[in-house]
Design a protein around this ligand. Structure first.
Ligand code: AMP
Ligand code: GLY
Length: 424
């Protein structure tokens, strides 16, 4: 089959890398693609990930059989709706399904309607209602969340009600609620360990595929500002052995019932960001796409015909026998520009040769190939991953690979966390 992956990050590079190795993949394309997908696929650099019209035209012209939507922005822009209306098979939900991620208010109400375990929350629309809710706040800690998409900047975890008041004063007084809306959620703070479970959906069923843990803070020891993710590992370590059964029963079953009851045909991946509490899993957030950098550690663990697996979901008849998850561990470390996430530093003339020994892999973030070198606007430039029998083995190989690449990439402007997957 002929496959298009939409997006330009390291997640999409990892998807292209894995899909291209599938027996059923004849040709693979990426819109717009990056410096990594340039060597694994045919890039469509002039086609933006959110431009449904341009994507559809090219998909028809190139006789594409399967489109895989990478970023949330493409889903929120209705690229899935536009392609599906034209009869194209798409792995990724419609815009309406995408609200599980694009609106935290929608998502919270959906979970409440359908009995999905999640933190108690009050939804407020103005500063006065927010302050009144805090006057009566019960419990320790408050999580303040802006409704809309805010690139990781819309959530503040507060230890006290006073801290939450200060955040709300700032947001409402200066009319700068992240994401630009006016709705805010005040949430009970959950305690436990975070884990992300990725479930596949074909519109009729939802099946857990794999799980991973990621690192959101910029600095070692979980210090510094929030980022898109500085590293990840899979499988998660030291969670209950019936983790997937619990997620299936407590989370996926009510979500699926809810989607069906609301006539939402959800196709693609549902990323369940969970807090594993003493009382089992609670949903912190849903994302409607694969994670970045989680995808970079999941793809190396998948064997078999992953293209056939995603096609079967897009076709409404998931066939989980087409691919298997290896018991091996995978660790991924993100190399980002020094000022990330405070600022982005553009880099040019990076060495495009990021080949690594068998079992290790480097995936490019947003970038282009120019004059034989790689140019990037900065931010998360590369994800370096390695497989191993244990997390510790994978971690050692991943950091070996990071040092190898850091030495030959041609810049001193890249930094990385040194404690990814350093399990206590
Ligand atoms: P989100 O963007 O909703 O994933 O939130 C970003 C981060 O804030 C999460 O990864 C958690 O670490 C933290 N967080 C969000 N909601 C809660 C909550 N209810 N209790 C504790 N931590 C939370
Ligand atoms: N790594 C977090 C995300 O993809 O949203």
């Amino acid at each position: 089959m002929r496959i298009l992956v939409v997006g330009n990050g390291a997640r999409e590079d990892a998807l292209v890398w894995r899909l291209a190795q599938s027996a059923s993949c004849e040709a693979i394309f990426c819109a717009p693609g990056n410096a990594g997908t340039a060597s694994r696929a045919t890039n469509w650099p002039d086609v933006a990930a959110t431009d449904g019209k341009a994507i559809l035209e090219r998909v028809v012209a190139e006789k594409i059989d399967l489109v895989v939507l990478g970023p949330e922005s493409a889903i929120a822009a209705g690229v899935g709706d536009k392609l599906r209306d034209a009869g194209i098979r798409v792995f990724g939900p419609n815009r309406s399904g995408g609200r599980l991620e694009s609106s935290k208010v929608f998502s919270k109400r959906f979970m409440e309607r359908h009995g999905v375990p999640t933190a108690r929350a009050v939804i407020v629309h103005s500063k006065s209602t927010a302050m009144a809710a805090l006057d009566e706040w019960i419990g320790e800690g408050v999580v303040v969340k802006a409704d809309g998409l805010a690139a990781g900047k819309g959530v503040v975890v507060c230890d006290t009600v006073e801290e939450a008041r200060a955040v709300l004063n700032d947001w409402y007084a200066n009319n700068r609620i992240p994401g630009g809306g006016s709705d805010v959620l005040l949430e009970e703070r959950l305690r436990g360990r975070e884990v992300s479970v990725f479930a596949l959906a074909d519109g009729r069923a939802m099946v857990p595929l794999a799980a991973a843990c990621d690192y959101k803070r910029a600095g070692d020891g979980d210090t510094g500002p929030n980022t898109g993710g500085m590293g990840a590992y899979s499988p998660p370590f030291d969670f209950p052995s019936d983790m997937y059964d619990q997620v299936r029963e407590r989370i996926l079953a009510p979500v699926l019932r809810g989607l069906l009851a609301e006539s939402e045909t959800y196709i693609g991946v549902l990323y369940c960001g969970l807090m594993w509490t003493d009382d089992g899993p609670y949903v912190i957030e849903f994302n409607v796409r694969f994670g970045d950098p989680e995808t970079q550690v999941l793809m190396p663990r998948l064997n078999g015909d992953v293209a056939a697996l995603l096609y079967s979901c897009a076709d409404g008849a998931m066939d989980v026998s087409t691919a298997t998850l290896s018991p091996n561990a995978c660790v991924g470390v993100v190399l980002a520009t020094n000022e990330y996430p405070r600022a982005n530093t553009a880099l040019k003339h990076l060495n495009p040769d990021v080949s690594l020994p068998e079992g290790s892999q480097a995936f490019w973030g947003g970038s282009t190939l120019e004059d034989g070198g790689v140019s990037t606007g900065g931010g998360r430039v590369l994800t370096v991953t390695a497989l191993g029998e244990t997390i510790a083995d994978a971690r050692a190989s991943a950091y070996d690979a990071v040092r190898t690449l850091a030495a030959k990439i041609g810049t001193t402007q890249l930094t990385y966390r040194t404690d990814i997957a350093a399990l206590k």
